[in-house]
Design a protein around this ligand. Sequence first.
Ligand SMILES: Nc1ncnc2c1ncn2[C@@H]1O[C@H](COP(=O)(O)OP(=O)(O)OP(=O)(O)O)[C@@H](O)[C@H]1O
Ligand SMILES: [Mg+2]
Length: 154
Amino acid sequence: MKRKLINECTLRFPALSRNESFSRSVAAAFAAQCDPAASDIAAVKIAVSEAVTNAVVHAYRDEEDAGRRIVEMTLRLYSGGFLRIIIKDRGKGIEDIQQAMKPEFTTAPESEERSGLGFTVMSSFMDNVKVRSAKGKGTSVTLEKQLTTYENEQ
Ligand SMILES: Nc1ncnc2c1ncn2[C@@H]1O[C@H](COP(=O)(O)OP(=O)(O)OP(=O)(O)O)[C@@H](O)[C@H]1O
Ligand SMILES: [Mg+2]
């Protein structure tokens, strides 16, 4: 069955840590329109936070021009409460996606205390996580979740 697009929204913002909480609140508000379970909203917030944090802390490490450090989040809601969120940056990209997605893999300096668990967390809270990336061109993370809505319970 083909899903019908019901609503969509795109948000562009600078890769600043203050936008981690802002973007996860926007995603939660967007998901809330189909009245999902509270646990679904919590899951969306956690996954979006991890993906946006990655764009903020990793994507633009080598980018000196602050004007180019941009993150774009697209939210799409389909019939039946299927949610797709795409978080995109135009940063340095990921050389080996499979390796990056392994638990405890991190390229962050030890001083940063990153645990390399961001992708693992995203995968455990969402139904599907797809990563596309090209070196020097950027990364796009697609998060998908079937929300448990009142509509689905009929
Ligand atoms: N948007 C991105 N641009 C460039 N590299 C990325 C991006 N997202 C993730 N990575 C790479 O993938 C690795 C794994 O990401 P992951 O979120 O799993 O762990 P982490 O960010 O290193 O640590 P944690 O999320 O636990 O703080 C990162 O260390 C980084 O090398
Ligand atoms: Mg991370």
